[in-house]
Design a protein around this ligand. Structure first.
Ligand code: ADP
Ligand code: MG
Length: 697
């Protein structure tokens, strides 16, 4: 395959290919569209399309697709071949600028939350030139946004791009006030760390729960779990290493900067982190990464599980969203600078994030809410459902000093006036790395750790960008009208610290005492998806998101509906799968074991009439109680599911699921898992936790 630098990005229509294959006029015009969002005229679009097509065909493509991210959370594509009939009976390969820019998939089956009646089925897809086209298999994939005919966003990319634009607008106002003249735009960047499980495909195929729901719904605790901490950063097993090598190669070909790989805490759990890039591209890349992870696994006889909680009792999988804001000139605005003004600017951006996270805790929480992630948040492996910020001791001390006009011990013994005194140079990451905080400052970026492994990072980032844009807007409004910039700046930073310090918490986020303390501080604690999702429509949230033009009211209403619907459907499928497995696999298995035990004891008695057969009798009694309980709990779950059909409102249904179905599922699982521990191995109808977690060697 050659060296990495030879093939890196070979499947991407990137800047190198554009430069080589477009006339300099067309190239310049396209660059302007990519860098500054300038409109592309038809002749340029045609030239780009022709070059793209030739390049794609030369690299083996026969089809093209508008690749988009509907609200299902995964990506969608509909392939069209390049062929077009020629008068002589043959075909020519054809692809126009029009086809590049706009597509009209018949997309009536994607969730729209009532935004688009089925009679106006056709949505349209629009080319996003800021994310490079690429080849997957035999198809040229063109990243696109997906909207209804009325122009409402039906996808995750559109609001993400809008939120980046909102943040750009407000950040530019602030930078201007600080005298930055050469900055043309501001963008957020993200490096998402992706966790996943790898299990054996043959074992996977025997588990209906994994096949239908992505997680195990039954399974007794194996003798060994993660208690020895021997998997984390452990030596990577040969089969996994081969998988990772293959995966990296596929990702590199797609221009994805896969960088770090290691074993995670749970057995069979691993992590992959790319080098960060612009949020929009990082989002596309993360979606692709998740897809390629699964595809490559199949080649290795493995299955990659991206569910947040595939196994009870060991850690689930998350996704850490490392996020920062940078100028087009390469300055990271969350990195403390060298000069007083840069430091004041840094503090202002830092405060903007603190204010944003406090004011919009609910939006951040709900941006990661799914039925799957509900199992993880607040368990002993992921941050609680309460949002808080970790800044580290040093930065906390600095903010303290500013708030109270007291000298900061780390510097000269004078009080700091921002913009005049040099902010003490504090080392990056001096304090221990707090792994328990949902939102941690790590030297020059924030790490949002609540995301579940299967979440699209678009959701978290659109909320984060919008909320920070709102803080910056409030700051800019105030500062632009200020008589004395420095005094106003100082007062505003002080006020932010005073008003929002309740969100700052450096301690152990896993501690129960913190949850009580957080409640006292008035922080939200929305434990489940039904608890938090309706807050999307709270007045303050609608006001903020619509004022920055990230969402319309109709889009927000539809999203809330879709997210709750997803929650309900997910749990319903899980419950139905449990009923199926209990009745068709678990009960018959235990019955046949009991019947063999009875036969064995009868046979013993035939030979030795005095034999007590206490073992068989005891076990049969125990298992008979358990089978009765399994049957009973299965029936109860079924009845509860049927009761849901009487509920018309999605929100009400989600509450009923939260309050009754989940409990009944847990009750059924408890007795079935107990039966597993009492049943001989060869009778158990599917691979156990031990098999699944330790089966890949
Ligand atoms: P750790 O596991 O120690 O938190 P990793 O190296 O696994 O760290 O992941 C850190 C992630 O943060 C990487 O994706 C990295 O590229 C990303 N990152 C580093 N600097 C920035 C930045 N300025 N903005 C956004 N992401 C960043
Ligand atoms: Mg990491």
């Amino acid at each position: 395959m050659g060296t990495i630098s030879d093939y890196f990005g070979c499947l991407v229509f990137d800047d190198r290919v554009m430069k080589a294959n477009l006339s300099s006029d067309v190239y310049r015009s396209l660059r302007k569209t990519i860098d500054q969002g300038a409109k592309l005229d038809a002749s340029v679009a045609n030239a780009v399309a022709a070059a793209m097509k030739d390049w794609a065909i030369a690299n083996g493509a026969t089809h093209f697709t508008h690749w988009f991210q509907p609200l299902t959370g995964i990506t969608a594509e509909k392939h069209d071949s390049f062929i077009s009939p020629a008068p002589d009976g043959g075909v020519i390969m054809d692809f126009s600028g029009k086809e590049l820019i706009k597509g009209e998939p018949d997309a009536s089956s994607f969730p729209s939350g009532g935004l688009r009646a089925t009679f106006e089925a056709r949505g349209y897809t629009a080319w996003d030139p800021t994310s490079y086209a690429f080849i997957k298999g035999k198809t040229l994939c063109i990243p696109t946004a997906f909207c209804s005919y009325g122009g409402e966003a039906l996808d995750k990319k559109t609001p993400l791009l809008r939120s980046m634009e909102a943040l750009n607008r407000q950040a530019m106002r602030i930078l201007k006030l600080f005298g930055n003249k050469d900055v043309k735009c501001v963008r957020t960047s993200v490096g998402p760390e992706q966790e996943y499980f790898l299990i054996d495909k043959e074992m996977y195929d025997k588990r209906k729960d994994l096949i239908y729901t992505g997680r195990t719904l039954f399974g007794a605790k194996p003798p060994k779990g993660q208690e020895m901490d021997d998997h984390y950063f452990g030596v990577i097993k040969p089969r996994v290493a081969a998988y990772m090598a293959d995966l990296n190669e596929e990702l590199w070909k797609l221009g994805i900067l896969a960088k770090t790989e290691h074993n995670e805490v749970a057995p069979a759990q691993h992590e992959l982190a790319p080098i960060y890039t612009t949020t929009n591209v990082a989002t596309d890349h993360n979606q692709l990464t998740m897809e390629i992870m699964q595809k490559v696994a199949a080649k290795h006889g493995l299955v990659c599980l991206l569910h947040e909680k595939p196994f009870a009792g060991v850690n689930g999988s998350g996704k850490h969203n490392n996020w920062s804001i940078a100028t087009n000139t390469g300055v990271n605005l969350l990195s403390p600078g060298e000069t007083p003004y840069e430091n004041a600017q840094f503090l202002l951006f830092l405060c903007a994030v603190i204010k944003a996270v406090d004011d919009y805790q609910d939006l951040l929480r709900l941006s990661v809410a799914t039925a799957g992630n509900d199992h993880r948040l607040g368990a002993n492996e992921a941050p609680p459902a309460v949002v808080s910020i970790f800044l580290g001791d040093e930065l906390m001390a600095i903010l303290d000093a500013i708030e109270n006009d007291t000298p900061y011990a780390g510097t000269q013994k004078t009080t700091m006036k921002l913009g005049v005194d040099v902010l003490p140079r504090f080392a990056r990451d001096t304090t221990d790395r707090n792994r328990t905080s949902p939102f941690a400052f790590t030297g020059n970026k924030f790490e949002f750790r609540m995301l579940g492994s299967s979440n699209s990072i678009a959701c978290a980032n659109m909320m984060l960008n919008s909320a920070v844009a709102e803080s910056l807007k409030i700051y800019a409004d105030r500062l632009e009208g200020a008589e004395d910039f420095e005094t106003a700046l100082h007062e505003m930073i002080k006020k932010t610290i005073k008003d929002h310090k309740r969100i700052l918490f450096n301690g152990n986020g896993y501690d129960d005492a913190w949850i009580a303390e957080a409640e006292k501080r008035g922080l939200c604690n929305y434990r489940t998806t039904p608890d938090c999702m309706p807050h999307l429509l709270d007045e303050k949230n609608v006001k903020m998101l619509t004022s920055h033009k990230v969402f319309t009211v109709a889009e927000l209403e539809s999203r809330c509906e879709i997210m709750l619907e997803n929650y309900c459907k997910t749990v319903r499928i899980e419950a139905t799968t449990m009923i199926d497995m209990a009745r068709k696999q678990i009960l018959p298995a235990v019955e046949s074991y009991v019947s063999d035990l009875a036969k064995a004891s009868a046979a013993k008695k035939a030979v030795a009439p005095a034999a007590a057969c206490a073992y068989e009798t005891g076990l049969i009694t125990k298992l008979s109680v358990l089978t009765d309980q399994i049957a009973e709990k299965t029936d109860e779950l079924e009845t509860a599911l049927l009761d849901l059909n009487g509920i018309a409102d999605t929100k009400e249904e989600s509450f009923a699921i939260r309050d009754t179905i989940l409990g009944k599922m847990a009750a059924l699982r408890a007795v079935a898992d107990e039966a597993e521990t009492q049943t001989a191995e060869k009778y158990w109808p599917f691979p156990t936790y031990g098999d699944l977690l330790f089966g890949v060697r």
